[in-house]
Design a protein around this ligand. Structure first.
Ligand SMILES: [Zn+2]
Ligand SMILES: [Zn+2]
Length: 184
């Protein structure tokens, strides 16, 4: 049976993984399962930037995917970057099986503020839905309340909702209907 896998890359506390699994289970008609945490790939660290190469983490997540993977979402605490962007909240293969989301800049502590568990939960769910939406072929949405709207800073993450808009939702429903064919 196919599954949507969640896997920590490096050390991640259990709660955010559970929140992300709950959000995924709410929206995606797939069994959601956890894989054992992966070690951070050594080559992912960029000492010049003090950040981690998102693409290397995506590759590590892809390598860990079991044969019955429909989608696999890596979750990490490290700060992600790619050469042309100063940071990423997450990254996904458009219409591909693999995505990653970082909790680093979703934590209030990153901005010098006291930890806020409820806010972290909301943000983690939004960004997990956003990246998983990409894996099901969704591009950025012009509805600023939709989880698929592009967030380039934390204020924009907070401004959007933890749901897909009707248009993105309808796209997902069509994709879910085609899932059986995709797996055969
Ligand atoms: Zn995006
Ligand atoms: Zn939308």
């Amino acid at each position: 049976m196919s599954a949507l896998y969640v896997v920590a890359v490096g050390a991640v506390p259990p709660k955010p993984l559970e929140w992300i699994e709950a959000a995924a289970a709410e929206w995606f008609p797939l069994p959601v399962a956890r894989l054992p945490a992966l070690r951070m790939p050594e080559r992912a660290y960029d000492p010049a930037r003090g950040q981690y190469h998102s693409v290397e983490i995506l590759k590590a997540v892809a390598r860990a995917a079991p044969a019955n993977t429909t989608r696999i979402l890596g979750v990490t605490e490290v700060d992600l970057a790619i050469p042309v962007l100063t940071f990423l909240f997450g990254q996904a293969q458009l219409d591909g099986p693999v995505a990653v989301v970082s909790l680093c800049r979703l934590r209030q502590e990153f901005y010098g503020l006291p930890a806020d568990e409820a806010l972290l939960r909301e943000r983690a769910a939004k960004e997990a839905l956003h990246e998983l939406g990409h894996t099901f072929g969704l591009t950025h949405c012009s509805d600023t309340r939709c989880s698929m709207s592009l967030s380039t800073d934390i204020a924009l993450v907070d401004a959007k909702g933890g749901r897909y808009c009707p248009r993105c939702g309808a796209h997902l429903v069509r994709r879910f209907a085609a899932l059986d064919g995709e797996q055969s």
